[in-house]
Design a protein around this ligand. Structure first.
Ligand code: ZN
Length: 207
């Protein structure tokens, strides 16, 4: 995702929040003379404007998290982590709705999922040259002072914690949050794009 699209999505988030506010006040105003069905419809509409990501297992292919009416063609998944994210129809994908909802989620949580993180970089970038199990291998410091090669998997993410950005990595059993400051000293590929990661993370997770 380039910076131009990111900025476009941020404007969309503002627009969607305004729409949500309008529906919310409509619900509040007409609270007494609305029947359950009407109330349910408006709540549904509210939730579909800027939905929260969810688990993508046992789902119907003909569902769109952003549309009130089921799409006619199969929808696609927009994953943040493995099996977690949004389902969107072609039209909503074109309108950048899942992308915007994903940014909205990251602004609130200060977390960026594995797939979303990789979308920040071009196809031939280090983060997109994974092995065939989609692992991104990284050198890390062990507590005993040795250096080990762990990896970022499809279930992992990057997050802000105190003043640094942390990568969640694993050796397949244990999980560890490693700061970017440490990773860049051990991994030349990260050293090269450290500034870019910080800048993108900042734009992505701030309002
Ligand atoms: Zn849709």
């Amino acid at each position: 995702m380039d910076v131009k699209l990111l900025k476009k999505c941020k404007l969309l988030i503002k627009k969607y929040k305004k729409e949500q506010n309008n529906i919310r006040s409509l619900i509040d105003l007409s609270h007494t003379d609305m029947n359950e069905e009407e109330k349910y419809f408006l709540e549904e509409k509210y939730n579909k404007i800027l939905p929260e990501p969810g688990r993508l297992v046992v789902i119907s292919k003909y569902n769109c998290d952003f549309c009130m009416v089921a799409p006619k063609s199969e929808s696609r998944v927009y994953q943040l982590y493995l099996n977690f994210g949004f389902q969107a129809c072609e039209n909503c994908l074109k309108l950048n709705k899942p992308q915007s909802a994903s940014i909205n989620y990251s602004i609130r949580t200060k977390c960026v999922g594995y797939f979303e993180f990789r979308r920040w970089f071009p196809e031939n970038h280090f983060f997109n040259k994974t092995d065939n199990l989609y692992k991104i291998h990284l050198y890390i410091n062990r507590s005993d002072g040795s250096i080990d090669k762990w990896y970022m998997s499809q279930n992992n993410f990057v997050m802000q914690k105190r003043a640094d950005i942390y990568f969640i990595v694993t050796d397949g059993v244990k999980i560890k949050a490693v700061p970017l400051t440490e990773l860049k000293d051990l991994n030349p590929e990260i050293y090269q794009c450290e500034k870019e990661i910080r800048e993108k993370f900042k734009i992505y997770t701030n309002k």
